[in-house]
Design a protein. Structure first.
Length: 84
């Protein structure tokens, strides 16, 4: 496994973009009085962004564990950089 993958910069940029959008969404929801429909749509989008960010963080954590100690069975799961 190489230290850098061609997909890595894109994944980092996608994570940062999702996190930024999530922060902006939360700010808009806190600062405005949205109708029920808009609030639900914003909440749904926020949940999707949260899940995307959480998945990216879990993949990064797994990769760090594999890099630190690839001999441990609990971290020997195959790393898939394309998994969101």
């Amino acid at each position: 496994m190489s230290a850098s993958s061609p997909k890595n910069p894109d994944q980092v940029a996608e994570f940062e973009q999702s996190l930024d959008e999530l922060e902006q969404l939360v700010t808009r929801m806190e600062e405005s009085e949205m109708g029920l429909d808009d609030s639900l749509k914003s909440f749904e989008r926020g949940v999707a962004l949260y899940r995307s960010c959480q998945s990216a963080l879990e993949q990064a954590e797994l990769r760090v564990k594999q890099l630190l100690d690839p001999t441990k069975p609990e971290t020997a799961e195959p790393f898939d950089p394309d998994t969101p």
